[in-house]
Design a protein around this ligand. Structure first.
Ligand SMILES: Cc1ncc(COP(=O)(O)O)c(C=O)c1O
Length: 346
């Protein structure tokens, strides 16, 4: 029997794929780039990619860090700054990985709530400020937009929060930010004004380059210890760097893709809202969280699988009757929505 090809809409990958320029890098093999270390460091920079990002974001190259995905940078900052017994504030309903890295260093996890509104989750900044005062955490993680809830923190609310965090290191995970907000100008102001702040971004999501494993971070001026911790003296993956640079030069391609994805997020929101028993939450990322009737969880999963469609059925405290759907191509999204409707109407 021929094996059915599955369409994975469960890991927040970007199915439009990277810009054509990225493939050109791969079609021009260069012996030297594969066999020699980069010499970018002899120019006093980490890499030509950090140099370019510094230019794009308008901050010094020394405050742009590179890593093996956002995943790696998040792990590094926790390992560098948090010691056994130190408290770390983590959003309730967030990427499981935050808890895992806190556990690696035996940090004490304190969850702060994300409030569930009618159509969106939101950060309760008053409560976050209260927890900073009472718990005195060493580190605070904020995800904007948050995975899996899809909500972001408003810039003014983030600043209000950052005004209250004192010496704590604040990490804002912006892995999904560009889908809803391509304007990067606020990042410079943030990391210039808040010295203990680290803003983490990635090429995996918007740029559809999860496979090349490149993430980067922009940091405030108090994090020099972390900058030394994360330095890689022999350079970075030279192929990945080139591919990432090609992506940064492909604005037209990504803007077109972005419009389609935003349209489809809206399509999912509207069509799920119209289905009895389903509650979608507004999302500013490339996925959408939808509450579904608990009793259909297993049969819906089986029905979608029979159509070759895989989405994420959540299985976490307070999110047991929810699914998270990654936004695929327009064709895939239509296929998924139709398959759900077919199930509901059967
Ligand atoms: C919230 C969040 N942050 C960061 C990442 C890290 O992605 P990467 O390591 O590919 O940059 C992910 C991946 O799914 C994520 O969901």
């Amino acid at each position: 029997m021929e094996k059915k090809k599955l369409i994975y809409l469960d890991r927040n990958e970007n199915h439009y794929g990277p810009a054509p320029r990225c493939f050109k890098v791969l079609s021009k093999p260069n012996f030297n780039k594969l066999s020699a270390y980069s010499r970018d460091f002899s120019r006093g920079i980490k890499s030509r990619l950090s140099e370019r990002l510094a230019l794009d974001f308008g901050i010094e190259e020394s405050r742009v860090l590179l890593g093996y995905g956002g995943e790696d940078i998040l792990k590094q900052i926790v390992h560098c700054q948090l010691q056994k017994g130190d408290k770390i504030l983590i959003p309730a309903y967030s990427w499981w990985y935050y808890k895992a890295i806190a556990e690696e260093v035996e940090g004490v996890k304190v969850e702060y709530p994300l409030t569930k509104g009618e159509k969106t989750f939101y950060y309760d900044v008053d409560e976050m400020i209260r927890l900073v005062k009472t718990e005195k955490p060493k580190m605070i993680l904020v995800a904007s937009p948050n995975n899996p809830t899809g909500n972001a923190i408003d810039l003014s609310e983030l600043k209000r929060f950052l005004n209250s965090t004192g010496d704590a290191v604040v990490v804002v995970d912006e892995a999904y930010t560009v889908f809803a907000n391509p304007d990067t100008s606020y990042v410079k102001e943030l990391v210039n004004n808040y010295h203990n702040l680290l803003v983490v971004r990635t090429f995996s999501k918007y740029y559809a380059l999860a496979g090349i494993r490149i993430g980067f971070a922009l940091m405030g001026t108090n994090l020099a210890k972390f900058s030394r911790f994360s330095a890689r003296y022999l350079g970075y993956n030279r192929l990945s760097e080139r591919i990432a640079l090609a992506a940064l030069d492909s604005d037209d391609y990504y803007s077109e893709m972005r419009v389609k994805m935003l349209d489809d997020i809206e399509m999912f929101f509207n069509e799920f809202s119209a289905l009895p028993g389903f509650t979608p939450y507004k999302s500013l990322a490339n996925f959408i969280l939808v509450e579904i009737p608990q009793e259909i969880k297993v049969p819906l999963k089986n029905h979608l699988l029979s159509k070759g469609l895989v989405i994420k059925f959540m299985d976490e405290d307070n999110l047991r009757s929810h699914v998270r759907i990654s936004i695929g191509t327009q064709e895939e999204n239509r296929m998924l929505m139709d398959a759900v409707k077919e199930f509901v109407n059967s």
